[in-house]
Ligand binder design. Structure first.
Ligand code: ADP
Ligand code: MG
Length: 270
């Protein structure tokens, strides 16, 4: 389905992604982990053509992606919607208009200029917001929402494109544990219910383990691990994050685990 072969990106003398190869047979939820600077964002950005590869290839459903230009490139970018750590919403614009922005790539300049959205698009936007549990916020300005709600608006905007793949670059890195959990569960549900592929860069091991079917570990631009969460041993994690004596799972862990532990502790009768 998706085949990445020897994909490389150089910035001057620095190799950000070094001959990365990944093969995905059917829609999966994939987590990419690794230290800051490992090349995770660059890999995602090459996938949706925000960044051009220096060499290597990307094929999706037997089509070469690296060479697409113009309208074909834009169509591909609609097929693989991207969400970001900082949500990238228009803060002063209402939520539903932010979601409708997800249809921009297939609307005329004139209707865009005058903010004319077809009724069916508006209904679809509300349905998607409803599915993500935030329909009641539709008329509010995006900036009035919490971080977790804003990230769900960004997911709704992505879904408006009806993408085959959702690329998420550290989608929960700015969120508190509770909101992080809501957002990861939303992505998981979109994968399971819609059969969309989700590829998420995650800065913590435990989130990848918990929500993903497959985990890819990057170190210094190279893929050093590709397997199931079960195969991701502590030794392997040390290999990914660097064989540092101070390495501990706790140090690479979001507080989602901690949240669960405290919830469990709270449930134990005193
Ligand atoms: N636009 C750019 N120009 C120059 N160097 C870049 C650029 N983007 C990323 N890099 C470099 O590429 C490497 C990988 O970065 P990045 O993909 O952002 O890693 P990660 O997302 O894992 O933190 C880093 O050394 C970074 O400094
Ligand atoms: Mg990054």
């Amino acid at each position: 389905m998706l085949r990445i072969a020897q994909l490389t990106k150089k910035f001057g003398r620095n190799t950000a992604v070094d001959a990365a190869s990944i093969q995905v047979e059917k829609p999966a939820m994939i987590g990419i982990i690794g230290r800051s600077g490992a090349g995770k964002s660059t890999l995602l950005r090459m996938l949706n053509r925000l960044e051009d590869a220096t060499s290597g290839s990307i094929t999706f459903e037997d089509r070469e992606i690296t060479g697409l230009g113009g309208a074909e490139k834009r169509a591909w970018q609609a097929d693989c919607a991207m969400i970001f750590q900082q949500f990238n919403l228009v803060p002063r614009m209402d939520v539903v208009s932010n979601v409708l922005h997800g249809t921009l790539n297939r609307r005329s300049t004139v209707s865009t200029l005058f903010n004319l959205y077809p009724n069916e698009d508006i209904h679809r936007a509300i349905d998607i917001l409803d599915r993500l549990g935030i329909a009641e916020h539709a008329p509010k300005r995006a900036e009035a929402l919490s971080g977790g709600q804003q990230q769900r608006v960004a997911i709704a905007r992505a879904l408006m494109q009806d993408p085959k793949i959702i690329l998420a670059d550290e989608p929960i890195a700015s969120l508190d544990p509770m909101n992080a959990q809501v957002v990861m569960e939303a992505l998981r549900r979109i994968h399971e219910e819609d059969g969309r592929m989700v590829i998420a860069n995650l800065h913590t091991l435990d989130t990848a383990r918990r929500y993903c079917d497959r985990v890819i570990g990057m170190r210094a631009g190279r893929i050093v691990f590709d397997g199931t969460p079960e195969q991701l041993t502590t030794d392997m994690a040390r290999e990914i994050y660097g064989a540092d004596a101070s390495f501990s799972e706790e140090a690479t862990s979001t507080e989602i685990g901690a949240l669960d532990r405290s919830a469990k502790a709270a449930a134990v009768p005193a």
